[in-house]
Design a protein around this ligand. Structure first.
Ligand code: NDP
Ligand code: 2IT
Length: 450
């Protein structure tokens, strides 16, 4: 959308592109924020004077390191490890680790930047960071994954800590990897502390953390639908991905009476016209989390269609939940969703919707929630895991889930507070960007030239 601030936004973006050449994902994430924040700053000279946005797009620290390891055949292998410590104005750096062959510094800078806003929206004391590696866990044995994680932590441990930087999971990093990373941290430091979240329950993990991103997404969707006097009950829901976020998004969709129709992985998607029910979800979880197989096996098991190399957005639905990867929903996909009557898109993944697709959805008055608001449940539960570790207590499932629900409700309120339009509808992207920005910016102003 062209606004009267467009020249200022263009100038700003030119500077961003020049200072961060070829980092396309990072440019995209910054643009999506700048679009809302630059007009806001024009009306708030204290932020403009202090160059807050220019400071926020510069990571406080970036670590890049060699991760050597040996595969089962005895070959020497090497990957690149990263940790982007983006902003600690409101709390220690916090954010996941991604292990995926497509990981680059650009991807991790975009994720770290988004994380700063997301963590601020939770209202918990967490700054933003992200890390990971171009290591591909697919097809690796448990022992190879363990050796890789141990080598990764052998460098990372000196840069993190329970009050400094607290990593967690993301794509390719689940409970298995967190376990190996935690074990190695403990050996290196001789300390048992809450330095990672997403830990197993037996060694300091929080109940509901595995479920939290998917559950939080559905709490947020319910809040959005409530503004229209509706709920997800009996609505057709198209979901991408079949990992952690997608699995618990499916589970909560079912709990709320919605009908999950699809799941996908990087090879294609399955469409189950009868809906993915609890038994089928249990099969999917076993397939993905234990056997580490492909989603096509779901179609083989239940005799439903499998679309190799395609994305699920062509299946008619009321609600679409992208839960896999960045830029998985483009303008053509958005056109299809609109044509088929979809009324709501909420992001479980980080930046899954391209800017062109977002603008098309918004123009067509489709309810659209950006990931920094709608997928914040995962990091919020991580914050609750940190609290439990600090007080050396475990809360019940009920306690954690209730807190999660309240946090998602509050995020929705903040989106309305800063994103309400003259016609009474809400621009969730604007609301999330401004609400996330204000808390961090105020802390930066108070803390001086940091
Ligand atoms: P998982 O590794 O558990 O699952 C990732 C899923 O995405 C898999 O189904 C994977 O398929 C699929 N996928 C990965 N790359 C591609 C691709 N290029 N095209 C299509 N599908 C792909 O990760 P999570 O579920 O944890 O993360 C999913 C998304 O949610 C990410 O964007 C992540 O940043 C975001 N997120 C995660 C949170 C968390 O707490 N875990 C919190 C907030 C956001 P395959 O098996 O073939 O790779
Ligand atoms: O993108 C995200 O918010 C996450 N991957 C979760 C981060 C965390 O620290 O729990």
């Amino acid at each position: 959308m062209i606004t009267m601030n467009q020249p200022a936004i263009d100038d700003f973006m030119q500077m961003v592109v020049k200072r961060n050449p070829a980092q396309l994902e990072f440019h995209q994430a910054v643009y999506e924020v700048a679009m809302n924040i630059i007009p806001f700053i024009e009306e708030h000279p204290e932020y403009k004077k202090a160059n807050i946005l220019e400071r926020m797009i510069e990571a406080e620290r970036i670590l890049i390191f060699r991760v050597p390891w040996m595969d089962d055949a005895g070959n020497y292998r090497v990957n690149r490890g990263y940790r982007v410590q983006m902003n600690n104005a409101i709390g220690p750096y916090k954010g996941g680790l991604r292990f995926h062959p497509n990981v680059t510094l650009s991807v991790l800078k975009f994720l770290a930047f988004e994380q700063v806003f997301k963590n601020s929206l939770t209202t918990l004391p967490m700054g933003g960071g992200k890390g990971g590696s171009d290591f591909d866990p697919k097809g690796k044995s448990d022992n190879e994954v363990m050796r890789f994680c141990q080598s990764f932590m052998t460098e990372l441990f000196r840069h993190i800590g329970k009050d400094t930087d607290i990593p967690a999971g993301d794509i390719g990093v689940g409970s298995r990897e967190i376990g190996y990373l935690f074990g190695q941290f403990k050996r290196l430091t001789n300390e048992f502390t809450g330095v990672l979240t997403g830990k197993g329950y037996a060694y300091g993990g929080s109940l509901i953390r595995p479920e939290a991103t998917g559950y939080g997404l559905l709490f947020f969707v319910e809040e959005m639908l409530k503004t229209k006097g509706q709920s997800i009950k009996n609505k057709k829901v198209v979901i991408s991905g079949s990992g952690n976020v997608a699995q618990y998004a499916i589970e909560k969709t079912l709990a709320f009476g919605g009908i999950p129709l699809t799941a996908s992985d990087s090879n294609g998607f399955v469409y189950d016209p009868d809906g993915i029910d609890t038994d089928k979800l249990a099969f999917l979880m076993e397939l993905k989390n234990k056997r580490r197989g492909r989603i096509s096996e779901y179609a083989d098991e239940y005799g439903c269609p499998y679309y190799a190399g395609e994305k699920p957005w062509k299946i008619p639905c009321d609600v679409a939940l992208p839960c896999a990867v960045q830029n998985e929903l483009n303008e053509t996909d958005a056109q299809l969703l609109i044509k088929n009557g979809c009324k709501l898109v909420a992001e479980g993944a980080n930046m899954p919707t391209t800017p062109e697709a977002i603008s098309l959805l918004q123009k067509n008055e489709i309810l659209y929630a950006p990931g920094k608001a709608s997928n914040a449940g995962g990091v919020a539960a991580s914050g609750l895991e940190m609290s439990q570790n600090s007080i050396r207590l475990y809360w019940t499932r009920e306690e954690v889930e209730n807190r999660l629900k309240v946090i998602m409700h509050n995020i929705h309120e903040q989106c309305i507070q800063y994103g309400k339009k003259a016609d009474g509808t809400t621009d969730y992207l604007k609301g999330a960007n401004i609400a996330g920005f204000v808390r961090v910016a105020d802390a930066m102003l108070a803390e001086g030239h940091v």
